[in-house]
Write a protein that binds this ligand. Structure first.
Ligand SMILES: C[S@@+](CC[C@H](N)C(=O)[O-])C[C@H]1O[C@@H](n2cnc3c(N)ncnc32)[C@H](O)[C@@H]1O
Length: 421
């Protein structure tokens, strides 16, 4: 992995990138992090990199030319590679572990552009950058700290940088949970003793204790993550039900018929209200509606799940290629191979967090596999963290971005996922 950080302050960034684990990895040739001085690429005598904003206002804006010349030099130096040019911006998508995984899996050259002052000329972003990333909803004086954070989180996942992938795979945010508490010697410190289970050395009990701690911590500290978490094993499922004081439920499912339309619309309406309450702008535009479900029934299959005869959830499976998936900003895992598509995973409020979505996905995957498909694809809104958590749990890979076309005037950006059987 090569990372070039375009900055006005290379002397502040380079020592940090050369320290500790990343420094050792660079010496071994596993990664290369270069800080490049944007000012060296100015074309004026004063080496001026910024100027007053058109239209007036405070501060200065970084000019496009030095940035573009700097970028051209870096790309010429690096040669042809799987490259991504990313502008550090408080207006970008919020960077998280999933972005780090995507970057390390998809690219071997990242160019991280650090703005300063009031930011950079919009035309440079438009013409030269592939995406914008933010490290949080606050504003810093420059992109250097975000670039260091992104470079660090990506590079520690490059093969060989840490001694074993297990070092980063069990950590907070890897699979939608926080890590369990950690202890080291001495056994007792300031009257506080290391939990007994960790001192007894029984491997299986330690594992079970740690998993429960992960679930408990996430529930207490990050209810948003806990709500999005989908249990992966039956032990997880039971622990979640115990922690939240709920009983496990069993469901029946059958193919929906036109006579089920009111039930389907009621489920969709609850799911849409839930998304709205979570601030997710998905299914807020009259979709899915009766036409959508009629098409699902005709073209693929629309499955109605019930509990004790009460409608609980719905999911649709298409067995023909989705025209909106033909163009992807990224790459499908299986390229042009045949695939099945899951749509409209919707759960009523009373059944949320009770294993239903997991069952619905399992059914669709079993059906797709049974029909001879090698993979299944699905899309979701970038703010729909619950769905993203479910997909992660079920082993779906984030492949990129697609656009759904609801009629000629509507183009909706969605994250695209695929699971290969
Ligand atoms: C003071 S900020 C400019 C903010 C800009 N005027 C705005 O309101 O969107 C200067 C630079 O810091 C970087 N920056 C600031 N906050 C950031 C954040 N949360 N994530 C990523 N980069 C950030 C960007 O590169 C930005 O160009």
């Amino acid at each position: 992995m090569r990372i070039d950080i375009l900055t006005l302050f290379p002397e502040a960034v380079q020592p940090m990138m050369d320290a500790s684990i990343l420094g050792r990895a660079a010496k071994k040739g596993l990664i290369q992090i270069n800080c490049v001085q944007i000012r060296d690429f100015t074309e004026n005598k004063q080496q001026q990199v910024d100027d007053y904003p058109y239209g007036g206002g405070w501060g200065c804006v970084m000019m496009a030319q030095p940035l573009k010349s700097c970028l051209d030099w870096v790309t010429a130096q690096a040669g042809p590679r799987r490259r991504r040019v990313i502008y550090m911006s408080p207006q970008g998508a919020r960077f998280d572990q999933e972005h780090a995984k995507r970057l390390v899996a998809g690219y071997d050259h990242l160019v991280l552009v650090c703005g300063h002052y009031e930011g950079v000329d919009e035309r440079f972003i438009e013409k030269c950058c592939d995406e914008e990333l933010s490290i949080g909803d606050f504003v810093l004086t420059g992109g250097e700290i975000p670039a260091m954070a992104i470079a660090d989180s990506v590079c520690r996942m490059v093969s060989g940088v840490l001694s074993d992938p297990a070092c980063y795979m069990g950590e907070s945010h890897w699979d939608g949970l926080l890590e369990y508490p950690q202890y080291t010697r001495p056994e007792t410190w300031e009257g506080l003793t290391v939990p007994e289970v960790l001192r007894e050395g029984k491997h299986r009990e330690i594992e079970a204790w740690r998993r429960e701690q992960q679930l408990r911590r996430t529930m207490e500290r990050r209810p948003d993550m806990f709500a999005a978490f989908q249990p992966q094993t039956s032990e997880d499922e039971l622990t979640v039900l115990r922690l939240t004081g709920r009983e496990p439920l069993t469901y029946d499912c059958r193919l929906a018929e036109p006579a089920d339309m009111d039930r389907l619309l009621a489920i969709a309406a609850e799911a849409s209200a839930y998304l709205r309450s979570q601030g997710v702008d998905q299914w807020q535009d009259g979709f899915p509606n009766a036409d959508t479900f009629r098409r699902d029934m005709a073209e693929g299959g629309c499955w109605l799940f019930t509990h004790d005869g009460e409608p609980a959830g719905v999911v649709s499976l298409y067995l023909t290629p989705d025209p909106d998936y033909a163009a992807i900003d990224g790459a499908w895992l299986t390229g042009g191979a045949p695939y099945a598509t899951i749509h409209r995973t919707a759960v009523k409020d009373a059944y949320r967090g009770r294993g239903l979505a997991m069952e619905m996905m399992q059914l669709c995957e079993d059906l797709a596999l049974g029909r001879g498909f090698g993979s299944v694809r699905i899309d979701t809104h970038e703010d729909n963290k619950a769905m993203q958590g479910l997909l992660r749990k079920r082993g779906y890979a984030l492949c990129g971005t697609v656009y759904l076309h609801h009629g000629p005037e509507r183009s909706l950006k969605r994250l695209a996922y695929e699971k290969v059987f």
